[in-house]
Write a protein that binds this ligand. Structure first.
Ligand SMILES: Nc1ncnc2c1ncn2[C@@H]1O[C@H](COP(=O)(O)OP(=O)(O)OP(=O)(O)O)[C@@H](O)[C@H]1O
Length: 604
């Protein structure tokens, strides 16, 4: 990655980041000659501005594993691990026999580029400061071992070639095993999905399903009674979580299903009727199925809200509250509720107050910070020069996939057209494309058939695509948390990545937040950004989050202004809590931090 960032540096797109972007055809010419640079876009002949950009791959059938995998393919939004799973018989878990073909489909073979492998900086996660606050925080695990993990889950973790837990997984396993609720914040790409799947599945494998109510109606009125419900903001994220769930439920009694909008509900109904123990859902579709009486939440032991802040941003709060508070969901205190996100603004903490009970607040690293595995570059580029600057950047990228973020759906299509006309293998993902177009675009990108994906914010959160080496913010978002999520599509699981942003005077609303992010991640702050900071003292760092913004790194139950023990240090104790509700001296920090090196598990 150092090579890629050096190549980008050597492009001289900015003259030492001082004077803005100089298009290729004007380099070496006097400044006065540069004024007509916008002609570039009009002369290339390739830009047609229509919706055709994404259609380049419209016949692409390379669905890859993401489109259904071994167990029956994509049948329109509802998929399950079918009948090949294990059983819960007479209080005992009876796993299904191993199946070589299934294992290759689910876990790939070593070095398979379609599966993310942990990178050279994976061990650095151990150095990230952790703060866990709440009453009686259980000791974190340091290794994947059984006990405390269930033996079958451990076998599946081994098949996934995960050798040691990430910080969030170290804490979440004992927290859930001890019956506690959890609100967890951890950096992008640091294993939050495993952070909820591992403990939920481990406990489910040990304890089995809850007894189903006696009267289940006729066949046509049959309801599913899931043990675990996981809500996620987007269809793509729900599908991805489902794909991970398929891996870790392999051979078990737990049958996973996924439901999301934009796909025919009939297929989803049929799948659910065949049984559903772990349901991954977007809130809108889940509501729909509840209204149709096809799902009961009366047996839910585990409720997970992933990317909860995004769900609120998308306006899902009424649906989420309806699902959790007005239906037949097991009440707070009887179920366990886990909330995960890389960022945790105030409105989410309020939701936590209503949905969680006596919970542990876990933050790994400074909440909302970026991983140091990501090298961040900010270039000053005027709007009319962006296409040209993009071509420069792409000419420097050799290997790997590049994700390009733009602000509007129209721009996503236009830019994709432009790139295709420039002979790049590009495709687009945004909210105006149909679900199958979105799935095909993602599959093409995952498989490398398309090396460039132009995306709106729909692809900013949670998506885990191996081999994304470069994220380009062609248009910067106005909310710095969105920037954090976007660049987090690279530099995952200890791998390194490069993130480049085009900045100009239209981005004044992100100046302060961007400056903070770069500074705290020890990244170069270009002089034009420092200047912009000076000249715009009132600039907002976060449009939506108001004053809470970048300082949302603490458990709101703690006394206001408590710094959660100082983020620079790997140990924090903070005994001051608001409200005197028995919260006390239980803020733990990463005593386990450096212990990950001794791996004695038999399969390491
Ligand atoms: N213990 C582990 N060892 C090795 N790789 C892991 C481990 N846990 C997770 N991973 C891998 O790390 C990658 C990132 O994990 P995941 O998608 O759960 O991150 P995340 O924290 O949810 O990110 P985001 O905030 O972007 O949603 C995935 O490819 C996953 O397979």
């Amino acid at each position: 990655m150092a090579e890629l960032s050096e190549q980008v540096q050597n492009l001289s797109i900015n003259d030492n980041n001082e004077n803005g972007y100089v298009p290729p055809h004007l380099r070496g010419k006097p400044r006065s000659a540069r004024n007509n640079s916008s002609n570039y876009n009009n002369n290339n002949g390739g830009y047609n501005g229509g919706r055709g950009g994404g259609s380049f791959f419209s016949n692409n059938r390379r669905g890859g594993y993401g489109n259904g995998g071994f167990f029956g393919g994509n049948n329109g939004g509802s998929r399950s691990n079918g009948r090949s799973g294990g059983r819960w018989i007479d209080g005992k878990h009876v796993p299904a026999p191993r199946n070589e073909k299934a294992e290759i489909a689910l876990f790939g073979v070593p070095e398979d580029p379609n599966f993310q492998s942990s990178g050279i900086n994976f061990d650095n996660y151990d150095d990230i400061p952790v703060d866990a606050s709440g009453k009686d925080v259980p000791e974190p695990i340091t290794e994947f071992t059984s006990p405390p993990l269930d033996g079958l889950l451990l076998e599946n973790i081994k098949l996934a070639r995960f050798t040691k837990p990430t910080p969030v997984q170290k804490y979440s396993v004992p927290i859930v095993a001890n019956g506690r609720d959890l609100m967890a914040c951890a950096q992008t790409g640091s294993g939050k999905t495993g952070g909820f799947l591992f403990p939920v599945l481990s406990e489910s494998f040990k304890t089995g399903p809850s007894p189903q109510p006696e009267s289940q109606g006729s066949f046509y009125q049959r309801k599913a009674y899931p043990t675990a419900v996981i809500m996620a903001p987007t269809r793509e994220l729900a599908t991805q979580i489902f794909d991970e769930a398929k891996k870790f439920t392999y051979r078990s009694w737990v049958k996973a299903c996924v439901v999301y909008g934009g796909s025919p509900i009939g297929n989803q109904l049929r799948e659910i009727e065949r049984g559903c123990d772990l349901l991954v859902a977007t809130p809108g579709r889940l509501n729909d199925l509840l209204e149709r009486g096809k799902i009961s939440l009366a047996n839910v032991k585990y409720l997970v809200l992933d990317e909860a802040d995004r769900m609120l941003d998308m306006g899902f709060e009424p649906q989420i509250r309806h699902i959790v508070e007005d239906c037949d969901m097991t009440p707070v205190g009887e179920r366990q509720t886990l909330m995960f996100s890389a960022t945790f603004p105030a409105d989410i903490q309020h939701l936590a107050r209503d949905f969680l009970s006596d919970y542990i607040f876990l933050s790994v690293g400074r909440v909302g910070s970026t991983s140091e595995n990501i090298t961040q570059k900010v270039l000053y580029v005027e709007n009319q020069d962006k296409k040209s600057a993009l071509l420069d950047l792409l000419s420097a990228s050799t290997d790997g996939l590049t994700l390009i973020f733009v602000e509007t759906k129209r721009m996503a299509d236009q830019l994709t057209d432009f790139l295709i006309m420039q002979n790049f293998r590009a495709t687009a993902i945004h909210g105006d494309r149909t679900q199958s177009e979105r799935e095909r675009a993602l599959a093409a990108f995952r498989s490398g058939a398309a090396t460039l994906l132009v995306a709106t914010a729909v692809a900013a959160r949670g998506l885990d695509i191996p081999n994304v080496t470069h994220v380009i913010n062609y248009d910067l978002p106005s909310d710095v948390d969105d920037y954090v999520h976007r660049i987090g599509r690279t530099g995952r699981a200890g791998n390194t990545g490069l993130a480049t942003a085009f900045f100009n005077s239209e981005n004044s609303n992100i100046v302060k937040g961007l400056h903070e992010i770069l500074t705290e991640a020890n990244q170069e702050v270009p002089s034009f950004l420092k200047d912009a900071m000076m000249s715009a003292p009132g600039s907002r760092s976060n449009s939506r989050r108001g004053g809470f913004g970048r300082n949302n790194n603490r458990d709101y139950r703690k006394a206001g202004g408590a710094s959660a023990g100082g983020w620079g240090s790997s140990r924090s104790r903070d005994n001051s809590f608001r409200g005197g509700s028995g919260w006390g001296s239980d803020s733990k920090s990463s005593g386990w931090g450096n212990s990950g090196g001794s791996n004695n598990s038999s399969w390491w």
